[in-house]
Each structure stands twice: as C-alpha cells, then as structure tokens.
Design a protein around this ligand. Structure first.
Ligand code: ADP
Ligand code: MG
Length: 398
C-alpha cells in the first residue's frame, strides 16, 4: 500500500492519538451491535503492545444540543472496550480542557484513555463536523502521532480526522483503514478480470456515480433491485407499480448507451400486488408486468443469468440488495447471488460495500464467504464512486 500504516512508525513511549469509528448502535444506553468495537481492536492492541500511550476517540450519533449528550455518551463504549482489552480504559467525560490534558499527561506506556464523543463539540457551531481549525489543532496538541482508523467517517473532513492530520507531522492508517484501502481502493485500481460489479438497492439516484465509475472499470455491471425498473422503463417496458424514478429515465438511457452491452438486467422479475411480506408472488417476464403489480425481486431466469457471470469472475464488487430481502418471499435473488459469490471465494476477490447488502449477507449467515465486507456505508459508496476520501487522503504516503 502506498500509505503509511501504524507498522511504519515508532510507537514506544509515544502519545498515540487513535481516531476509531465507535459509532455503534445503542438502545437505552446498551450497545446493540459491537462489531465496530471489535474491528478497532487490532490497532489499539498493537499500539499498547508496542508500548504506546493510546488516546482513543470517536464520534457517536448526532449531537446538536445539550439534550443529545446523555444518550450519545461514549462511556458505555469505553467500558466494553476495557472488557475486550482486558485492561482499564480510563474514560475522560469531556472533549477538551485541563481534566483531559492531565489525564493524557499521566498515561504510562501501554495504557489506554478514551475521551468523550467528538461531536459534543458540534453543539457550539459544528466544530467537529465542520473541521474547525482551532479544534483540530487542539486535539493534535495532545499527542505525538496520529493513527486514523475510522473508515466509516473517511468520506467527511472533520476536526477529528483531517483537522488533526493537518497539525501533526505524521498521520498513519490503522489496520482497519488499511484493509479498506487495500480491498476497495486496490481492487478498483487493479482488478483481476473478469471483474463483475453487482448493483442493487432501492434508488438509481443514490447510485448514479457508482454505476458510472464501475462502468469504466468492470467487465460486466449487473443491475437488480428497485433501481432496475428505471432502466427497464428506459428500455421501453412498462413496470406497473414498481419503484420508478421518472426523472432518471433519460439518464438510464444514456447509461445504457455508454455501457454498450456491459449492463445486465436479466429478463424476469418476481412481482407482488402490494409492498407487503405476505403479498402473493408471481413470476413475470419484463415485457409482461401487469399495471397493478410491482417488481420486488429479480426473477428465477434472471438469477441464472447473473450466476453465469459471477461463476467465472475473478473479482466481484457488490453494492445493494437485488430485491426486498427483508420479506422472506422476495429474498431469493439476493440470497442466490450471495451464495454464488460465496462459492467462488477460492478463485476470486469478493467485496461487499453497502450497509444493507452487508446486513443481508450477515442475515443469511454467509459473511465468511466473502473476502471483505466493508465497514463503511456512506464511505464505501463514495469510495466505489471513485472519489478521493479526505480521511484517506490525509494519511501520509510511504
Ligand atoms: P445498500 O445499503 O446496500 O447500499 P440500499 O440502501 O441502496 O443498499 O438499498 C437497500 C434497500 O433496497 C433494501 O431495503 C431493499 O428492500 C430495497 N429494495 C431492493 N429491491 C427493491 C425493489 N425491487 N423494490 C423496492 N425496494 C427494493
Ligand atoms: Mg442502505
């Protein structure tokens, strides 16, 4: 990788600022999914083992007024982190000031401190989220080196990533950020071919730039999910009550022209009369969708067509479910494709970038069948769009 990582620097005795993504889902003060904590452990453990003094911080939720503070405190996360590490994590319930400075100064080699939610600074003029210069400089002053390991926020320049980086000599990537750069960035830069991209989800408008970018790089772009219907409409088919973005039909036409046969949409869909888990399921060829039905999943023949491309792929990038997988009746397309991708794991690099697609694969219990499941929703989408992510750009090159 062209970016420096935590392995490239001297850590012993240093105050190491570690920006992680601890934006975990919480309910009534309890963490409901601790995956993000688990994903951050390798970097934190490495810093401790090397004798660094770890200053760990993150944002959590949105904090716009005083009343948002209580439910978005990182205190429960610090407690979980301490349990995972098997050592004390000193939690400092502020984001700046003497209490924090004294605590950092008192850290010994191998000790860990966590301070409060970086977005507590948003109450006073969005300082964190708008990358306030003074705030980035202040946090930078607390440490000797900066490790950015927060991929989930890499698509936004905040004081706690880009702000700190512009005020320290050395910014390096943590292991999680490194993994995302290698798998998503590396794959887009230099994919083994055939490279099959699979795009789904609800709306074309969310994914236009991903489609445009992957059309340039991939050998085949498979499109399913709700957004396929805007393409079917662009091809002249009637789509009944299916999800349709009328104002994107012209764009879909243009994309189909540019694609010159590279886009594959299949030729049938599973439909229902209502957006309802219990609605009756029918199979319809795409030129025979009744006016009172909507497409809720890719059809059985389409699934076979999609599989035939996936089976020969050496690289697969997947973003967006192919049907309303939340309804078991309409999960077949998403599930079959997930299984097919898992079946080629030994011959191909297979990557999922997308919150709901990742959730689907985990729901099917197929997560081990993939080379990489990205931890960032918005960040992986923008990375797939080919954008430069500020949180990656601010890491020093090797
Ligand atoms: P991701 O988070 O993986 O990027 P999206 O957020 O773009 O995916 O889209 C996920 C949503 O798309 C799911 O909730 C799914 O139900 C919905 N979806 C998929 N196919 C259809 C369809 N045919 N009609 C309506 N919604 C659909
Ligand atoms: Mg989503």
């Amino acid at each position: 990788m062209a970016k420096m990582t935590v392995k490239d620097i001297d850590i012993k005795g240093k105050k190491v600022l570690i920006r992680v993504d601890f934006n975990v889902p919480m309910k009534n003060g309890e963490i409901t999914d601790e995956n993000r904590i688990v994903e951050a452990l390798p970097t934190i453990k490495y810093v401790i083992e090397q004798g660094g003094r770890a200053v760990v911080f993150s944002h959590l939720g949105r904090v716009k007024e005083e009343a948002d503070k209580a439910k978005n405190s990182l205190a429960p996360v610090a407690k979980r982190l301490s349990e995972h590490l098997g050592q004390t994590v000193k939690f400092v319930p502020v984001t700046r000031g003497v209490e924090l400075e004294v605590a950092v100064a008192g850290l010994k080699n191998g000790e860990v401190l966590m301070f409060e939610n970086t977005r507590f600074e948003d109450i006073d003029g969005n300082k964190e989220s708008k990358n306030n210069a003074e705030l980035g400089k202040y946090w930078a002053s607390l440490g000797d080196v900066f490790v950015n390991d927060a991929f989930g926020t890499a698509h936004r320049a905040a004081a706690s990533n880009v702000g700190i980086a512009s005020n320290v000599k050395t910014t390096v990537a943590g292991f999680l950020l490194e993994k995302e750069i290698n798998f998503i960035g590396g794959t887009l830069e230099n994919p083994e071919r055939p490279f099959v991209a699979i795009l789904g989800g609800a709306k074309v408008s969310d994914k236009i730039e991903v489609i445009q970018n992957l059309l340039k790089i991939a050998d085949k772009v498979i499109i399913g999910g709700g957004m396929a219907f805007t393409f079917f409409k662009a091809m002249g088919y009637e789509v009944g009550k299916s999800l349709l973005e009328q104002d994107k039909v012209e764009l879909a036409k243009e994309l189909l022209t540019i694609a010159n046969g590279k886009i594959e949409l299949g030729d049938d869909v599973y439909t229902g009369k209502a957006f309802d888990a219990e609605t009756e399921r029918n199979i319809r060829k795409i030129d025979q969708i009744p006016a009172d039905e909507m497409g809720l999943d890719v059809g059985p023949n389409t699934i076979e067509i999609f599989k035939s491309y996936i089976k020969n792929a050496k690289t697969v990038v997947w973003n967006g479910p192919l049907g309303v997988f939340e309804f078991p009746k309409f999960a077949e397309g998403t599930k079959s494709v997930a299984k097919t991708i898992a079946s080629i794991k030994d011959q191909a690099t297979t990557i999922i970038g997308g919150g709901d697609s990742a959730a689907a694969v985990i729901q099917f219990g197929l997560q081990d069948g993939f080379t990489h499941i990205s931890t960032g929703g918005g960040a992986s989408l923008e990375y797939l769009e080919g954008k430069v992510l500020p949180g990656i750009a601010c890491v020093n090159d090797k």
